[in-house]
Each structure stands twice: as C-alpha cells, then as structure tokens.
Design a protein around this ligand. Structure first.
Ligand SMILES: NC(=O)c1ccc[n+]([C@@H]2O[C@H](COP(=O)([O-])OP(=O)(O)OC[C@H]3O[C@@H](n4cnc5c(N)ncnc54)[C@H](O)[C@@H]3O)[C@@H](O)[C@H]2O)c1
Length: 328
C-alpha cells in the first residue's frame, strides 16, 4: 500500500499528514483546489500535486490513472461558520464530493478509505458524553454535509472489499492554521488575537464546551490507521482527547502560557451554526489504538506558540507555513 491519495492535502490537517507520509517513504498524490480556509495552503514539494476540484470529472480521471491504493479523503469546505456564506459549495464539496470519491474508490478497488468526518454530525448540547452510538442530529449546515459524506461511504463502500474508517474529528489546532482567518478553529482564533496583541473577541458563551486535539495527535492517529490490524472492515471512531474544556478555561490557559495578565476579553453574540457543547468519549479509539496518549492541551498550546511567535503580523501568510523552507 505505497500509493496514497490525500484529498485536501494542502490544507491544515492534510499538509501535516502528507509530510508524515512522505517522511515514511509513501508515494503521495495530493488533490486540492487551494480553497483552503482553515490552514495556510502548503504543497509538499515531494508529493505529486494536482490542483483542482474533486467535483471535476477531469480530476477524477487523472486520479484513476494514478491508481491510489489508499485514499485519505480530507478535502472539504471545513468551516462551520463559512458554510453559511455559501451553503451550496459546502454541500457539493462535502456531500457530492465524497460521493464521487467513494465511487472512485469502489472502481479502483482501493484497500483502505479513510474519511475525516466531524463532531458536527452529532449536533450539540448532549447531557451525556457523546459515543459513536449516540444519535446523529446535526444542527448546522456543515454538520449535515459531513454526515451526507458518511452516508455515501456506507452506501457505496460498506459491502465492497474496501476497508473504511470514518473519524469524527473534534476541534484540532496547531501550526499551519491561518492566523488571519477568524471563522474557524477556536484555539487558533483566540491565539491569533494574542498574537496581534488585540482584545480577544468571543462570539458566543464562555461556557461552551469543546474537546481540543493537537495536530500531531490527529495526524498520528490518521497515519497509524494504515497498518492498524485492530480496525475492522468498517469503523466509525471519535477522534478526540475526550477532555471537556470550557471556552473560558481555554482562554485562561492561553493567557497563562503567554504570560498575559489582565487581558481584555469582549463577549459578542453567537455565530450561525455554532453549537453549545461537544464532549465525547474516546474509549473506542483508545481501545483500537493501544491506549494512545494525547498531548495535553497546555503542551499543545505551548508548542503552537513556538511557531505563532515567529510569524510576522502581515496579511498574506503564504510563506510562513511551518514546513516552508524559506521560513525555517
Ligand atoms: N480542523 C478541524 O478542527 C476539523 C475538525 C473536524 C473535521 N475536520 C475535517 O478535516 C478535514 C481537513 O480540515 P482542515 O482543518 O485541514 O481544513 P482546510 O480547509 O485547511 O483543508 C481542507 C482542504 O480541502 C480543500 N478542498 C475543499 N473543497 C475541495 C474540493 N471540492 N476539491 C478539492 N479540494 C478541496 C481546500 O482547498 C483545503 O486545502 C476536513 O474534511 C474537515 O471537515 C477538521
């Protein structure tokens, strides 16, 4: 299984995953439209890169010709709030785009199809910790489109020989996020205010609850899936630390780490599609991944700031991706 397609491989999570795969000597094809909204787009020079949309049949033909053995399907309109700016694009990319990729995987008899779904499929404000068996009740456009993707994978690939792993990923943060983009990634947004020395604007309640994962952990889990014999033919797993943190606690940690005393915090109303509480169990994930140990939130934030504090305060950060040689 040496030939791997990573859709969305120039995005925030994708670029980190591609870096890992390349370092481990896999041949990687990246397909990305470069409409990245969460990350600073980065094209790994050691990957084969196809710029284009997964909805474009010409791109799909090119992928078919390359014959990947494994597909990591990460390409998506990835923002909860930005889905409201263009619901059609969100639905097409995340829903129909996943349909196209799953169909392609079936035609190519791909060995393993790994999909980054989202916590957003559950909908929020559960009284109990979310497990993989909790009901699905998305309360945002993005949550709906990510779940449509899951359903197409089930319908198209469950009865084939292709192994499928669906990860419901929770809030992920780390170097490579676009610090100028304030519509995605709570940790990134609050850190970015500190980076600019501006008051932290919180849109929504300070009591909202999330689980936050450091990028290295998300990429490790995605990578370890390749050879993980404990994964059954079709699996759905929460990719989360399972640690519930309130927004106010997160901000406190960020300020403590950056030694900011009496920092101004401005509270504003919610953004559309912003859910109140997401807190999940990772029992199944831990069981499948030999009790994987996550980086603590504090250590993740500290590591994140090692990069943030080197980034100049300019609008276009395209040369400041952590993997960019010029930057290093
Ligand atoms: N970052 C998180 O906290 C988080 C949480 C849950 C789920 N996810 C999922 O993980 C995946 C990666 O997220 P990310 O944070 O790296 O986002 P990102 O926006 O940084 O990366 C997504 C990439 O996909 C590409 N893309 C989007 N639509 C495309 C299309 N139709 N054709 C080709 N390329 C397309 C974009 O250009 C971008 O580079 C997404 O599927 C997202 O839904 C992310």
């Amino acid at each position: 299984m040496r030939k791997i397609l990573v859709t969305g491989g120039a995005g925030f999570i994708g670029a980190h995953l591609v870096d890992k795969l390349i370092k481990r000597k896999y041949k990687v094809l990246v397909v990305d439209s470069l409409k990245t909204i969460g990350g600073i787009p980065f094209i790994n020079p050691k990957s084969k890169f196809l710029k284009g949309d997964i909805l474009d049949t010409k791109i799909l033909k090119k992928i078919k010709k390359w014959k990947p053995q494994v597909i990591y399907h990460l390409a998506a309109q990835s923002g909860g709030e930005s889905a409201y700016d263009d619901p059609k694009y969100d639905y097409l990319s995340n829903g129909y785009g996943t349909f196209q990729l799953a169909k392609l995987a079936k035609e190519l008899n791909v060995k393993h199809f790994i999909y980054s779904s989202s916590v957003a499929v559950y909908g929020s404000s559960r009284k109990k910790k979310i497990t993989e068996n909790s009901s699905i009740n998305p309360d945002s456009i993005y949550g709906i489109s990510k779940y449509v993707g899951e359903m197409f994978i089930k319908q198209i690939l469950y009865k084939t020989k292709t192994k499928t792993t669906i990860f419901r990923v929770f809030n992920t943060f780390g170097p490579g996020e676009n610090l100028n983009f304030l519509k995605k990634g709570m940790v990134s947004i609050y850190c970015s205010y500190v980076w600019r020395n501006k008051p932290i604007i919180v849109k929504g309640s300070l009591n909202r609850i999330r689980n936050y994962q450091y990028i290295d952990d998300v990429v490790n889990i995605l990578f370890l899936s390749l050879k993980n014999k404990k994964l059954k033919k079709n699996e759905i797993l929460n990719l989360t630390t399972g640690k519930a943190i309130k927004v106010k606690e997160l901000i406190k940690k960020i300020l403590r780490i950056e030694k900011k005393i009496s920092y101004k915090i401005i509270s504003k109303g919610n953004t559309p599609g912003d859910s109140f509480g997401f807190d999940a169990s990772n029992k199944l994930l831990k069981n499948k991944f030999d009790n994987y140990k996550f980086v603590t939130l504090e250590d993740g934030i500290k590591d994140y700031f090692k990069w943030i504090n080197l980034v100049p305060k300019i609008k276009n950060l395209k040369n400041f991706h952590p993997f960019n040689k010029k930057f290093k």
